[in-house]
Design a protein around this ligand. Sequence first.
Ligand code: HEM
Length: 157
Amino acid sequence: MITEIIIFLIIIYFAKTIYTEFLASGNPFSSSNQQEESIIEGKFTPKTLYKYNGKDHPKIFMAVKSRVYDVSQGSQFYGPGGPYENFAGRDASRGLALNSFDPAVLTPLDEPIDDLKDLKELEKESLESWDEHFENRYKIVGTLHENGTVNEEIKGL
Ligand code: HEM
């Protein structure tokens, strides 16, 4: 009898583990809802983007070359305690160009958006390949604006 109870408990334990992993990986029934929720077309300023830093809001957004990506699926990277959490809710362009996750590299929220004009050729290439990475992996939910406009020069870097 005790053996049966132990076997039963082991089965319950594995079933629970598999179910939890299934939910975490985005099961087919819930993923369509998640996708719909993540499409929030919008205009962001550095300050309004900052709300989506994974601490003040469950969604995590991040800007790369004036485009805002929903990186919530990468919360293991950008969520609180993640290796790249300093990019969450921020314009990460310079950090990606310099391959640095040092928060001091990013432009303070109350300063003008970084125009990235001083980047060296290799840094521009690094930024470009990161931009492709984000384009392939995450949804664009908006653009980063200053005084109501997007800096087209940054977009075209
Ligand atoms: C200490 C050296 C580093 C190690 C060992 C490391 C390791 C990793 C690993 C294992 C991944 C996951 C790759 C994947 O599953 O697709 C990753 C992704 C990434 N790393 Fe690093 N990394 C390092 C340094 C950096 C630095 C300095 C930056 C700063 C720009 C950086 C930015 C990123 C970004 C943005 C991602 C992509 C996450 C995503 O797809 O959303 N890493 N890194």
